[in-house]
Write a protein that binds this ligand. Structure first.
Ligand code: ADP
Ligand code: MG
Length: 619
């Protein structure tokens, strides 16, 4: 048999390696920013066009490269950062694999200008699909400028896989956040399509967070600090009341590198236990420092996962540190009794005035009168007991009759009704009126229909009702707005502001009235009737983060995304107690919807049980 194994040419090997390192423009941004940081830069500029599809450029004022280094930097496994495998366990740089530039140059048009401080002139290199097109001497400032154009020009399948410019820009922004949060001591500028998105001066951790997430972020932060001989922890957690329904702002940095760690995340989340609702996520910015020899970073090509030597200890320290911060800043209630739900006032009675049980005395009552036929026990004169007076005998007659007889059941009922009667009058009413709905485990509404019964998921049903209502308002462009007596001023990050601008029209159509105050803040003078005034900020935050995620997925139109996300945040949740009238209204609204079977997120809203279904179960 003829030999069939061949060594792959370098450019093919590079293209394959690129598949691991470069998934989308954001991956290039990450690699280039990290190279600039490793080059000890003070100021780094990121410039992108069309979501990074046409251009990604990073300009730094770092150490630059000699001509030979410039040329070598594009070779695979060419790095100045490590020399031997052991160096991996003493890393102080972001990069070490020596494959980013080689990979990027294999799948894009790359141009580099670089000059070390001591040289008078620099080097300019152009590489297209791993081929050096030109190499020249050039005049350039100290440092390196690297631009990457036409990403995936030679891999159409990859190029087609890219999402819209907006979505890619969001991925880039996320990556940018991760890098700049880890390095507040470096100045960063970020321009997209000619406009400046971020201008982040050199600062400390807290200021960096505020510069990125807006002045409103400051009030949310609770400092965290701990130093042991295995780990140093510093940073911030969000106060529990700012927990979000999405995992927006959760950042772990280990030795100044952003990492993802479900395990450590669990440690933090568990420290918040009991302080936040189950379906919400706390925000955090935690900077961990450990001995480089105690971690392995080389377990994932994008280096976002880390293996720790002693994860369990870190877990325990992290959890108690976060708990301590929550306690120290008086966030945890001072006395933390076990919460007994049985002691809660039923929701329906919360806003009602307490009614005193009435005591009425039967002035005519004479215990010595034979005709009265009652024991002195009734002297208490409790009106409820009085009510049963007339039926006193018949009650016992009923009980005397055989067990299993209908009447015994009803007499038990009668008794319990009369006891609660005067205090909880409404309940009595419900029991006696035609009860058409009831709530099961604060989650479902059960109601009977002609052919049997339906069990409705209250949260999904309400989502559907709100969704159709909002969508209608947006499309017919008429809505009811509630004018605020005192306008609200809210501040947002630049990227959040950009999203609000994007969806401004639709927001107006559902009832938001707002004007721009300055780069960061909005003055809100009107809000949709559906939204309580004190929740406007949270709803908008939620809307922005959902919109960000949703747009990354597939959806038809802006109005659709908005209605979906708003319906999600405004809907009645599982666990909420609904009064009978609200249950009924919800059921009616649901069946008046154009589509009542599935929620806006395509989940079934109700199940139906016909009489036959029920009968079958009794066989
Ligand atoms: P790595 O970062 O893993 O070493 P790269 O392919 O990203 O691999 O870069 C290869 C080498 O090119 C680096 O080790 C570094 O010496 C050099 N280099 C890359 N970018 C820069 C830069 N902006 N400034 C100075 N040197 C750089
Ligand atoms: Mg690198």
């Amino acid at each position: 048999m003829a030999d069939i194994i061949k060594l792959l040419p370098d450019h093919v090997a590079n293209q394959i390696a690129a598949g691991e390192v470069v998934q989308r423009p954001a991956s290039v941004v990450k690699e280039l920013l990290e190279n600039a940081i490793d080059a000890q830069s003070n100021t780094i500029k990121l410039i992108v066009k069309d979501g990074g599809k046409s251009l990604i450029q990073v300009v730094d004022d770092g150490i630059g490269m000699s001509t030979t280094d410039a040329r070598l930097s594009f070779e695979r496994h060419a790095t100045s950062k490590i020399q031997k495998a052991e160096d991996l366990f003493n890393l102080h740089t972001k990069g070490f694999r020596g494959e980013a530039l080689a990979s990027i140059a294999a799948i894009a048009h790359v141009e580099m200008q670089t000059r070390p401080e001591e040289e008078e002139v620099g080097t300019q290199l152009k590489i297209e699909g791993s081929e050096v097109v030109s190499q020249e001497v050039c005049v350039t400032p100290k440092g390196t400028s690297l631009s990457v154009k036409n990403l995936f020009f030679n891999i159409p399948a990859r190029r087609n896989f890219l999402k819209s410019n907006q979505v890619e820009l969001r991925h880039i922004t996320d990556e940018f956040h991760r890098v700049v949060l880890a390095h507040p001591n470096i100045t960063f500028h970020f321009y997209s399509n000619g406009s400046e998105l971020f201008n982040l001066p050199k600062s400390n951790y807290r200021q960096r967070i505020v510069h990125i997430f807006g002045t409103r972020a400051n009030a949310k932060l609770v400092p965290v600090k701990e130093e042991t001989n295995v780990i140093k922890i510093q940073g911030f957690i969000h106060k529990p009341e700012f927990a979000k329904k999405s995992r927006g702002e959760q950042f772990f940095f280990v030795n100044h590198r952003f990492i993802k760690s479900p395990y450590l995340n669990h440690a933090v989340v568990s420290a918040f236990e009991g302080l936040i609702k189950t379906d919400t996520y706390p925000g955090y910015f935690l900077y961990l420092e450990v001995d480089p020899s105690s971690i392995d970073i080389n377990i994932h090509p994008t280096k976002t996962e880390v293996k720790f030597d002693d994860e369990h200890t870190l877990y325990a320290i992290l959890r108690s540190t976060v708990k301590h911060s929550l306690g120290q800043f008086n966030i945890v209630p001072a006395l933390d009794f076990e919460h007994d739900q049985n002691l809660d006032t039923p929701y329906a009675y919360k806003n009602k005035e307490a009614k005193q049980p009435q005591v009425s005395v039967d002035a005519q009552f004479n215990p010595f009168l034979e005709t009265s036929g009652r024991s002195s026990f009734t002297k208490q004169g409790h009106s409820a007991v009085r009510k049963t007076r007339g039926q006193w005998e018949s009650m016992y007659v009923g009980m005397d009759q055989s067990v299993g007889d209908d009447t015994s059941f009803s007499s038990v009922h009668l008794e319990s009704d009369t006891i609660t009667g005067s205090v909880f009058e409404d309940q009595l009413d419900v029991a006696h009126s035609v009860a058409t709905t009831f709530q099961l485990r604060r989650k479902y509404i059960v109601t009977s229909i002609k052919s049997g019964m339906v069990v409705i998921d209250q949260n999904r049903a309400h989502q559907r009702v709100l969704y159709e209502k909002l969508l209608r308002n947006m499309t017919v462009k008429q809505s009811v707005s509630q004018q605020l007596l005192f306008p609200l001023t809210l501040s947002f990050t630049k990227s959040d502001r950009a999203i609000l601008e994007e969806i401004r029209k639709d927001l107006t159509h559902i009832g938001f009235v707002f004007e721009t105050l300055d780069e960061e803040s909005l003055k809100i003078t009107g809000v949709p009737l559906l939204i309580p005034e004190n929740e406007v900020g949270t709803v908008l935050d939620q809307l922005i983060s959902d919109y960000r995620q949703e747009i990354a997925g597939e959806s038809f139109s802006q109005a659709d995304i908005l209605s979906k996300t708003l319906s999600k945040s405004l809907s009645v949740k599982t666990g909420e107690v609904l009064e009978c009238s609200s249950q009924l209204a919800l059921v009616n609204d649901l069946f008046a919807c154009k589509e009542s079977r599935v929620s806006p997120f395509n989940k079934p809203i109700y199940i139906m049980l016909t009489e036959q279904d029920i009968e079958k179960k009794f066989i």
